[in-house]
Design a protein. Structure first.
Length: 292
């Protein structure tokens, strides 16, 4: 009799394990509903689908999101306005910078002369670097009621469709002629599609930190992070590939854009009084040597 009882217990044990697992999963799913609902009602996320997806990944409610990796989750209808930004220093009219025919407007001999005036030093330590050191992400520094990310999308995309009731601010769809690859990319705002088009800092925040901007005020660093001279809408995968690389470690695959790209880096570094490393300067000179 004892052996029959033990045999039955062995048969039932897997069922108890499966039942316990399903019960635990049900508890986790139920716990995400109030988190997602509260985050949606607070306006943190644009839709319930996104809120639920994030809550499922964070059932304890610890919703820590890297805004640079998931820009489409950032609320964009009510951008942060920085009241004390030096608007004279930062370009206000985003349309003034035509990045795709820059070679027609740039004098590369003058760019080389500018490069010669930039100090050459080694990289400073990364100590103290963080995204927060550059102020709130995508601020509205020109006070046009639209955050910087959407301003750059408006500048660089064509065939744009705006979200209703955002006063032509939030870009929902558009086409990008990507300067890094010279290919056309369809931008469609969404949890999985927004990342196909990202906003690149031509001189990355990390590179800027290690070449002098760590000494600047928070106001200047916020200007730098939102300056349209230093921003490009680009193919997301190439932006990720670039990381915080400088001209010595990364250049756009589209060789016809390299002259403009390096020239922009020099203009940005000169504007914010940053330095270059020796290898970075050598790479810039090599690129500009082929420009006309």
């Amino acid at each position: 009799m004892r052996s029959i009882w033990e045999e039955n217990l062995k048969r039932l044990k897997p069922l108890y394990i499966i039942q316990s697992f399903l019960l635990g999963l049900l508890i986790i799913c139920i716990s995400t509903i109030p988190i997602a609902h509260s985050e949606f009602l607070s306006g943190k996320f644009e839709d319930k689908f996104t809120a639920v997806a994030v809550a499922e990944r964070n059932p304890a409610g610890n919703l820590k999101i890297n805004p640079e990796l998931i820009p489409e989750l950032i609320p964009e209808v009510n951008p942060v306005i920085i009241s004390d930004i030096d608007t004279e220093r930062t370009t206000n009219n985003y349309s003034d910078i035509n990045l795709f025919d820059g070679s027609k407007n740039l004098n590369f001999k003058e760019i080389l002369l500018t490069l010669e005036q930039i100090p050459v030093k080694g990289r400073a330590p990364k100590t103290g670097y963080s995204r927060a050191a550059f102020g709130p992400q995508w601020s509205d520094i020109d006070r046009n009621g639209c955050d910087t990310r959407n301003d750059i999308l408006k500048r660089d995309l064509t065939n744009i469709i705006y979200r209703a009731k955002t006063r032509d601010c939030v870009v929902e769809n558009g086409k990008l002629l990507d300067p890094f690859s010279n290919t056309v990319i369809d931008f469609i705002r969404g949890e999985r599609t927004s990342m196909l088009v990202q906003i690149d800092h031509v001189v990355s925040l990390s590179n800027a930190w290690q070449t002098g901007i760590f000494k600047a005020t928070l106001k200047t660093r916020t200007e730098f992070a939102n300056d349209p001279l230093n921003l490009l809408a680009v193919k997301g995968s190439l932006n990720s590939q670039k990381g915080d690389g400088d001209a010595a470690t990364w250049l756009p695959p589209n060789k016809s854009f390299r002259c403009d790209y390096v020239a922009l880096q020099i203009k940005v570094k000169s504007k914010y009084e940053l330095w270059v490393t020796k290898s970075e300067k050598d790479a810039m000179i090599r690129v500009l040597g082929s420009c006309s």
